[in-house]
Design a protein around this ligand. Structure first.
Ligand code: ADP
Ligand code: MG
Length: 310
């Protein structure tokens, strides 16, 4: 872009809550034909709350609760939530915060953690005073030799509701399922519709499971064929690269540490303003108001700016 274009662009952007890193970005934005949205924290608020706590597996009241010695449903539920929240107390993930807050709100005590391991894109593993706890994706438990089949029906039901559902195991036994949910940002649906209307391909990229991703995609109007779910943090950038190798010019919109490499790889990286510092540093554009509708605004600013200078 010419220096004049740069100047006009930044002036406009400052008043609109859209921050461009330099004038070249305007031209890049103008050329994009595909917008890839991260799900959590981008299309949704990223503020999760604990919505469900279900007893499944071995320590339930129905099989006598023999392992814990607990029999009352309430006590068993507190045990499961307490174990999960204790394990999650070492994690910064929005899921972890939802579980810890959910426990606190229900007066369930958080215990002590002696060893903690965050398994990115999968969950957490922790040694606690409640036992050895695993919580996260099915695979995390299965890799530890725990059969998640008894939880499957519950997991599927919750995922169909667009929730992130996670099996919990204590001392190698499946004990329950927790679910967290997040609200779609108000303008996400109209933004997706407006982008599609102008012929832009809209894609969703998420580490969350297929069913949860599909439910959120349906809610915001993204084509089910354009949903890439269960994408590991390190693979997000590869998906963007694959689209670009197929000839798409990609704008990636994200908020998380996980999104940073994809933001760098995309023709245009766009960070949500309240997102992580790494995401903002990796992006070319920052949406100061956290509003997905500002993606459209960025596109319009780039078009207006460049046509004015020409
Ligand atoms: P996203 O791309 O939606 O931000 P992540 O890559 O961080 O998701 O996580 C992918 C999946 O891994 C989550 O949907 C969840 O099932 C599981 N997971 C990640 N972190 C945690 C955690 N702290 N506790 C439980 N499960 C987790
Ligand atoms: Mg995110």
């Amino acid at each position: 872009a010419t220096p004049a274009a740069t100047m006009v662009g930044s002036t406009l952007s400052a008043t609109n809550g859209v921050l461009f890193k330099g004038g070249d970005v305007l031209e890049q934005v103008r050329g994009i034909d595909t917008v890839v949205f991260d799900k959590t924290g981008t299309l949704t608020h990223g503020e999760m709350t604990l919505t469900d706590l279900e007893l499944v597996g071995e320590r339930t009241a129905t099989d006598g609760g023999t392992v814990t010695g607990l029999e009352r449903r309430e006590d068993l539920e507190s045990f499961v939530l307490g174990a999960a929240a204790t394990a999650e107390s070492g994690s910064e993930h929005p899921i972890a915060r939802a579980i810890v807050d959910g426990a606190t709100d229900r007066d369930v005590e958080i215990g002590e953690v002696s060893e903690f391991e965050n398994v990115p894109g999968h969950g957490v593993r922790a040694e606690t005073d409640r036992g050895s706890v695993l919580i996260g994706r099915r695979k995390l438990l299965e890799d530890a030799g725990i059969d998640t089949e008894p939880a499957e029906e519950t997991l599927i039901r919750l995922e169909r509701e667009g929730k992130t559902a996670m099996p919990v195991a204590v001392d190698g036994r499946l004990v329950g399922v927790l679910a967290v949910a997040d609200e779609v940002r108000e303008s996400a649906t109209e933004t997706v519709a407006a982008l599609r209307e102008r012929g832009t391909e809209v894609v969703m990229l998420t580490g969350d499971n297929e069913r949860t991703a599909a439910a959120v995609a349906r809610a915001v109007g993204i084509d089910p064929d354009n949903v890439r779910a269960e994408v590991l943090p390190e693979d997000k950038a590869d998906h963007v690269e694959a689209l670009q190798n197929d000839g798409s010019r990609v704008m990636m919109v994200g908020d998380g540490v996980n999104d940073a490499p994809a933001l760098t790889t995309a023709q245009v990286g766009v960070a949500i303003g309240s997102g992580t510092d790494v995401a903002i540093e990796s992006a070319d554009v920052t949406l100061m108001r956290d509003d997905p509708a500002d993606v459209l605004k960025a596109v319009r600013i780039s078009e207006a700016t460049i046509s004015k200078v020409r």
